[in-house]
Design a protein around this ligand. Structure first.
Ligand code: TEU
Length: 574
C-alpha cells in the first residue's frame, strides 16, 4: 500500500513538473544591450559582449534573456526607433554575432526573447521615407492628417490636442507631404497606421524572420498605443495640477490608448508565433501600463491565448509608493492573482530600463527580501540586470544626459523624466569602468559605487546579495516553488510572509518572511495548521543575524528591520 502511495506521489511530482514550460520553471533576465558588456571598446555594449557573459548568467541560474532592441536604429530613443526591423545595428555587431549568441545560448539551454516594437518605426525607416513620398503602397503606413487651419503667422495648426508620451504635441509637420504625422513618442518615432492591413502583414513577416533566426519569444513594446480614435477627437484635461500643458499626464488619454482592435492584432500575432513549426514553446511578454482589467485581457483566454506574461506593473508600481508595507505588497499580489484568468501564469517584476531597480525603490537592505518574493511567489520572475547585486540609480548630470525623455524638458526638469539613472553600465568588477568597457568614456557614466558593488566582489564575499540571489533561484527547482499552493502567513504594515506548500510529504515546503518595517520583531506563524513547531533557515538576507541551517521555533522567528528569511519545513509534521 505504502509503495502505491509513494508511486502515485512520484508520478504526480514528475508529471506536474513536466507540464511546466521552460519559462515557468526558469527566470527571465532583462539586458539593456548598450550597458551590459562592451567587447570592442567603443563605450557601448554589444552582442559579442553579451555572449562573453553567458556563463555568468548560467552561474546565477537564469535561463531566459530578454534583450532590449538590437535592431538597426538611429538611436534617437536608443533602439526603440527602428529603421530596419530585420537587421542588427552595427553598434551592437553583425548578424553573425547574433547567430553566435543564439548558438551559444542554445548550447547552454538558454532562451532568447527579442524586443518587438510594433507601435512605431524610426523616421529613417524606408517605409516612412516612401510614405512621405506618397508611394502608393506606403502612403498609408503612418497616421497622416491635414492641418485644421493656419495661424496668423501662416503656421499649420495640428489636427487635435494629443500629446506625445515624451512631452509636447504628438503631431509633427512634414513640409514635403504638407501634412502632420502622429508620433505618440518622439518625432523620430512616427506611429504606424494599424488601420492598414499591410502594416499588420509586415509585422507578421518580422516575427517569422526572427523565429527562424532562433528567437524563442518576444517582448512586445508599448502595445496600448497601437490604435487611436478614428475621429481624432481632442482628449480632455486630466485636471492634475502636477503637470503642465506640455506634459503627457496633463490629459486623460481616452482616445489614444487600448482600443478593442489592439487585442485582435495581438491575438493575430500570437497565432503567427504558435503556427511557427518548433518543438520549443514560445514566450510572449507584453508591455501595458494600464488598469488591471485591461491588462488581464492581454492574457487572452484558454482557447484564444494572447500573451503568456503581460508584465505585472501593478506590483512594480507598489514598490514606488512613498511607503511600502506588507499589506500593500499583498494587495498588489492579490490584485494580480485574483484577476488572472483561469489557467494563466503570474510574473513578478520590480525594475526595467524605464523604471528604477529594487534598491532605488526601497531600502537597499530589502534587496534580498524583494528578490525572495519575486523568485518564490507562484509565477515567473523578471530580473533587470544588476538587480541581483543590488545596483542603484546613478546620478547623471544634465551635460551627461542621453535620454531624450529627459533632454526634452531641459536642465530644470530633466531629472523628473530621464531614464538614464537606471541604464548605466553593469558593474562587473573594481577595475576601470568596472570591467564594462575599455573606452575612455562609456556612453553613460558608471555608478561611482562600482568599487564596492560589483559582481566580482560579491562572488568572492562570504555572503552577498548575489550569492543570496543564486540560492533563491536554486529553490525554483523545488516542487513546492514550481507548483505548490500559495498561502499567506502573517501580513501587516511591516511584515509580508507567505508559504509554498505541496501535500506531498516527501517534499520540502518553504516559507518566506520579509520585514519592511523599521523595528525588530519576533514573528509567530505557528497558528497556521500546516506550519510545524520548528522550521530550518535555508536563506537569510545579508542584514539578518540568524544562522543558515539553524532550526527556529515557528512561534518566535526573529526578524530585524528590513530582514528577510526563507525557512524550510515538512508539513507532514504539523
Ligand atoms: O515604453 C512604452 C511605455 O508604455 C512606457 O513609456 C511606459 O508608459 C513608461 O515607461 C512607464 O514608466 C516603451 C519602452 O519601454 C520605452 O523604453 C520606449 O521609450 C517606448 O516604448 C517607445 O518605444
Amino acid at each position: 500500500m505504502n509503495y502505491w502511495i509513494t508511486f502515485i506521489y512520484l508520478l504526480f511530482t514528475f508529471s506536474s513538473a513536466q507540464d511546466l514550460n521552460w519559462w515557468q520553471t526558469g527566470a527571465v533576465y532583462q539586458i539593456y544591450p548598450r550597458s551590459f558588456q562592451d567587447s570592442d571598446g567603443d563605450g557601448v555594449g554589444d552582442l559579442k559582449g553579451i555572449t562573453s557573459r553567458l556563463d555568468y548568467l548560467v552561474d546565477i541560474g537564469v535561463n531566459t534573456i530578454w534583450l532590449s532592441p538590437i535592431f538597426k536604429s538611429p538611436m534617437a530613443d536608443f533602439g526603440y526607433d527602428i529603421s530596419d526591423f530585420l537587421a542588427i545595428d552595427p553598434i551592437f555587431g553583425t548578424i553573425e554575432d547574433y547567430d553566435e549568441l543564439v548558438r551559444e545560448m542554445k548550447a547552454r539551454d538558454m532562451h532568447l526573447v527579442l524586443d518587438f516594437v510594433p507601435n512605431h518605426s524610426s523616421n529613417q525607416h524606408e517605409w516612412f521615407q516612401k510614405s512621405i513620398n506618397m508611394d502608393p503602397q506606403y502612403s498609408d503606413y503612418y497616421v497622416w492628417k491635414d492641418p485644421i487651419g493656419y495661424d496668423a503667422d501662416g503656421n499649420p495648426i495640428p489636427p487635435n490636442n494629443w500629446l506625445s508620451f515624451f512631452g509636447f504635441s504628438a503631431w509633427e509637420w512634414n513640409e514635403q507631404r504638407n501634412q502632420f504625422y502622429l508620433h505618440q513618442f518622439l518625432k523620430e518615432q512616427p506611429d504606424l497606421n494599424y488601420r492598414n492591413p499591410l502594416v499588420i502583414q509586415e509585422l507578421k513577416e518580422i516575427i517569422n524572420f526572427w523565429l527562424e533566426k532562433g528567437a524563442d519569444g518576444f517582448r512586445i513594446d508599448a502595445v496600448i498605443f497601437l490604435f487611436e480614435d478614428p475621429e481624432f477627437r481632442d482628449e480632455p484635461p486630466s485636471g492634475n495640477p502636477n503637470f503642465g500643458p506640455d506634459e503627457y499626464d496633463s490629459l486623460l488619454h481616452i482616445y489614444t490608448r487600448n482600443y478593442n482592435e489592439t487585442y485582435d492584432v495581438m491575438r493575430e500575432l500570437r497565432v503567427v508565433v504558435d503556427d511557427f513549426p518548433s518543438d520549443v514553446s514560445k514566450l510572449i511578454l507584453l508591455e501595458a501600463y494600464e488598469s488591471i482589467d485591461l491588462v488581464m485581457r492581454y492574457y487572452g483566454t484558454a482557447e484564444e491565448p494572447i500573451a503568456d506574461l503581460p508584465f505585472n506593473f501593478e506590483y512594480l508600481l507598489r514598490f514606488e509608493d512613498e511607503v511600502v508595507t506588507g499589506t500593500r505588497i499583498k494587495d498588489a499580489a492579490d490584485l494580480w492573482l485574483d484577476n488572472m484568468p483561469e489557467g494563466k501564469w503570474a510574473n513578478w517584476v520590480t525594475g526595467n530600463h524605464d523604471r528604477s531597480r529594487i534598491a532605488s525603490k526601497v531600502d537597499p537592505r530589502l534587496v534580498d527580501g524583494v528578490n525572495m518574493i519575486n523568485l518564490l511567489m507562484p509565477g515567473t520572475p523578471i530580473t533587470y540586470y544588476g538587480e541581483e547585486i543590488g545596483m542603484i540609480n546613478t546620478f547623471i548630470s544634465y551635460e551627461d544626459t542621453q535620454d531624450p525623455f529627459g533632454c526634452n524638458f531641459g536642465p530644470d526638469m530633466y531629472e523628473k523624466y530621464s531614464r538614464d539613472p537606471e541604464r548605466t553600465p553593469m558593474q562587473w568588477d573594481s577595475s576601470v569602468n568596472s570591467g564594462f568597457s575599455t573606452a575612455e568614456k562609456p556612453w553613460l557614466p558608471l555608478n561611482p559605487n562600482y568599487l564596492e558593488v560589483n559582481v566580482e566582489n560579491q562572488l568572492m564575499a562570504e555572503e552577498s546579495h548575489l550569492k543570496i540571489y543564486k540560492e533563491i533561484i536554486n529553490l525554483r527547482k523545488e516542487l513546492a516553488i514550481q507548483t505548490g499552493e500559495l498561502q499567506y502567513l502573517n501580513v501587516d504594515e511591516s511584515l509580508f510572509s507567505f508559504m509554498r506548500v505541496t501535500d506531498n510529504p516527501t517534499n520540502q515546503n518553504y516559507m518566506v518572511l520579509v520585514n519592511f518595517g523599521e523595528t525588530d520583531s519576533v514573528v509567530d506563524v505557528s497558528a497556521n495548521s500546516l506550519v510545524p513547531p520548528v522550521a530550518t533557515v535555508v536563506i537569510k538576507s545579508l542584514s539578518s543575524t540568524v544562522t543558515v541551517g539553524s532550526v527556529l521555533q515557528t512561534s518566535a522567528i526573529p526578524l530585524g528591520p528590513k530582514d528577510s528569511l526563507v525557512l524550510s519545513f515538512n508539513s507532514n509534521n504539523p
